[in-house]
Design a protein around this ligand. Structure first.
Ligand SMILES: [Zn+2]
Ligand SMILES: [Zn+2]
Length: 280
């Protein structure tokens, strides 16, 4: 175990209640990967004890897996993002096989995006179905990306029996009705830096209204840096601003948001093991 990992574990012992998890980031993207040691040091400083590195194409999946293999407190997912049209199409068996690795804790990110892409998106819906089938077969939860497609997203989740496996609606920007529909199917709702933006009234309302026990927090870095870093390159350390905003919106302490969302993370991603505590 590296010295840096030891440090993370020790902090976890001393300040257990304020430990945070970045449940969704893209650390293999060059602007983050090139600075990975600095990023990890900032995680230690701000007590971000774990991060889930999320796959967007099969092409780059080895990079994502390598991060999780190299660093004990990183986990990974396998899947193909709905915004990547000209990329290798995943098959159920292939995803299931790749998901067998012990550090792969989820299938995704997958879902529907009618904002970024238009036209005939039947291929996107088919790809989403493939991921749900793989998740059920692999017995690992889903990471769902959904934008401007609330009805189709929920309908496909119902048709494919996504409630059998559950997962998270990541970087949530839809309305309260959609959040409730997803929660009913056994899904968590994850908030990104968007919740800190002044004009994000709908997202703030959802963050105030749903049970804390159904919430996760994330950065989706390198995108969507929270205030006061909006427009800059995001990184896992900034997930604390998301937690702070949620605490403010709900009138509860930062520590409570940290503790509950961290517990939720390990509840949902059951294959992500908390590290052994090293207190001495
Ligand atoms: Zn996404
Ligand atoms: Zn993402």
């Amino acid at each position: 175990m590296g010295r840096l990992n030891q440090h993370v574990l020790r902090i976890q012992c001393d300040q257990y209640l304020t430990m945070l998890v970045d449940s969704h980031c893209h650390l293999n993207f060059p602007e983050l990967l090139d600075n990975i040691q600095t990023i990890r040091q900032l995680m230690v400083r701000d007590n971000i004890a774990y991060a889930l590195c999320v796959s967007v194409t099969l092409d780059k999946f080895p990079e994502v897996l390598s991060l999780a293999e190299t660093y004990e407190n990183f986990y990974a997912s396998v899947g193909v993002h709905p915004d990547y049209e000209d990329t290798q199409e995943p098959e159920v068996e292939e995803l299931v096989t790749l998901a067998k690795h012990p550090k792969i804790v989820a299938i995704g990110e997958t879902g529907l995006d009618y904002f970024r892409l238009t036209g005939d998106l039947e291929w996107q819906r088919e790809r989403f179905r493939t991921h749900i089938r793989a998740a059920i077969k692999a017995n690992k939860p889903l990471i769902v990306h959904t934008r401007k497609a609330p009805e189709d997203t929920i309908q496909i989740m119902k048709e494919e029996g996504a409630d059998k496996i559950g997962g998270v609606m990541h970087c949530f920007t839809e309305d309260l009705a959609m959040a409730k529909a997803a929660i009913e199917l056994g899904f968590y709702i994850s908030f990104s830096g968007i919740v800190t933006f002044k004009n994000a009234a709908q997202v703030k309302k959802v963050a105030q209204s749903i049970p804390l026990e159904k919430m996760l927090i994330e950065t989706d870095s390198p995108y969507l840096a929270p205030m006061p870093f909006r427009g800059k390159t995001n990184q896992p350390g900034y997930v604390k601003y998301v937690a702070e905003e949620i605490a403010k919106l709900r009138g509860i302490s930062f520590e409570e948001v940290a503790e509950v969302t961290t517990n939720n993370f390990f509840e949902l991603f059951k294959y992500a093991k908390k590290q052994e505590l090293v207190c001495k």
